[in-house]
Write a protein that binds this ligand. Structure first.
Ligand code: GDP
Ligand code: MN
Length: 377
């Protein structure tokens, strides 16, 4: 469960990490009141559960009440990556000398927490990792032993910071690890951690995502609403209809009947095209479910659809009826390729073909994807 920036900032503050003065509001009047309290200039920050709000226009600054009024009104009527902006955090605008990055997440290979720091703050750490990996340093943490200032200092020394910010940064990193531990996080991130013009440090953004499997332990102490907080509205919709939906950037829709099949299909599509999503039905396919899956993936602009379903425990011929009903109801004309093997496969093929779906019967998934590419030409 990902927390809002203001929720994360409140937790960081409790753990002694310096954060800007701020308030959360839902109206323009509220924004004016908070700005009067903390004094201009202020930053207006859309509270939506996605990253990259800055680039998407979701962060503005204001020097005066007039500016604030206009910007707050703009932001409160805006959507960021499909999410309506309902709340704004109004925070003091700090004077930035340098933006750094620090974060802690779980390293998938070792299964241990890993602390990552970089001199490149305010940008995506994945981009830095790609283009300037020398500007990133990281260290794995043994959760049984904990994380101590000398380890944080050793890590941060690799960034070539001056002694004063180095000590202050390692203090913050150790506190950040305490947050990570206490909240059973899968990621905590301060991006950017800023060095102020006066030499002080401040966490200007707060990312905290709790491991869903740990929520039952934390629910009481959190006193936060824990339902329905997924970052993406389409992912929420997937949850509602009972499928796993992960939103991606591309334009090829994907429906699969299992996680492994889905991931393999996604990778193979990704070699030559760009998947728009990963949708896995799990068991329990019905005509109605597949109808809803089609509806869900088509909420995005798609160039084509790839369906990879396997008839083991799933009645894929029933699913095929839902797919074809959707195609006919909506007069779909975009290319659809399906690979459907297993129980009732011949019946499934016949149904799918009656809806104009290109069925690949004998080949590997690679060949089926090649068929899709042919159709797109
Ligand atoms: P994100 O784009 O969703 O990660 O939102 P952030 O909270 O990280 O804000 C994006 C960028 O806005 C930061 O990297 C800063 O460059 C800038 N920003 C945010 N708060 C302040 C502030 O108080 N002062 C100044 N000068 N810039 C700020
Ligand atoms: Mn940020």
């Amino acid at each position: 469960m990902r927390l809002h920036e203001y929720e994360g900032a409140a937790i960081f503050e409790k753990f002694g990490i310096p954060v800007p003065r701020r308030g959360v509001v839902r109206t323009v009047e509220g924004a004016l009141r908070i700005a009067d309290e903390i004094g201009f200039p202020v930053v207006l920050k859309s509270q939506v559960l996605v990253g990259g709000r800055g680039l998407a226009g979701g962060i503005k600054t204001a020097e005066s009440s007039d500016e604030l009024e206009k910007s707050a009104d703009d932001l409160l009527n805006m959507e960021i990556k499909g999410l309506p902006v309902k709340e704004l955090m109004i925070s003091e605008r700090v004077k930035i000398a340098k933006e750094l990055y620090m974060g802690i997440t779980i390293d998938g290979y070792s299964g241990k927490p890993v602390a990552v720091v970089s001199t490149e703050g305010g940008v995506l750490i994945e981009e830095t990792a790609k283009h300037s990996p020398e500007k990133i340093a990281s260290v794995k943490i043994d959760p049984k032993l904990g994380f101590y200032p000398y380890q944080a200092q050793k890590l941060l020394r690799q960034l070539g910071l001056a002694p004063k910010p180095l000590t202050a940064c390692s203090d913050i990193l150790v506190r950040l690890y305490k947050v990570f531990e206490k909240y059973e996080a899968i990621i905590v991130e301060i991006n950017p951690l800023v060095i102020l013009e006066n030499g002080g440090l401040m966490a200007v953004d707060a990312v905290l995502e709790i491991d869903d499997s740990a929520l039952f332990r934390l629910k009481k102490s959190l006193s936060l609403p824990t339902d329905n907080r997924l970052g993406n509205s389409l992912e929420n919709k997937g949850k509602e209809i009972g499928v796993t939906y992960v939103d991606l950037d591309g334009d090829i829709g994907l429906i699969s009947s299992g996680a492994g099949l889905g991931m393999a299909s996604m990778d193979i599509i990704g070699n030559k095209l760009n998947p728009a999503n990963f949708l896995e039905t799990g068991g329990g396919i019905t005509a109605d479910l597949l109808y809803k899956c089609m509806e869900l993936i088509l909420m995005k602009d798609l160039k084509a659809i790839f369906i990879n379903i396997y008839g083991g425990i799933n009645p894929i011929h029933e699913g095929a009826k839902g797919i074809v009903k959707y195609i006919k109801d909506h007069h779909l004309t975009l290319p659809i390729v399906a690979k459907a093997l297993g129980n009732h496969q011949e019946e499934t093929w016949e149904i799918l073909r009656s809806g104009g779906v290109h069925v690949v019967t004998q080949a590997a998934t690679e060949t089926a994807v090649d068929k899709l590419i042919d159709l797109l030409k």
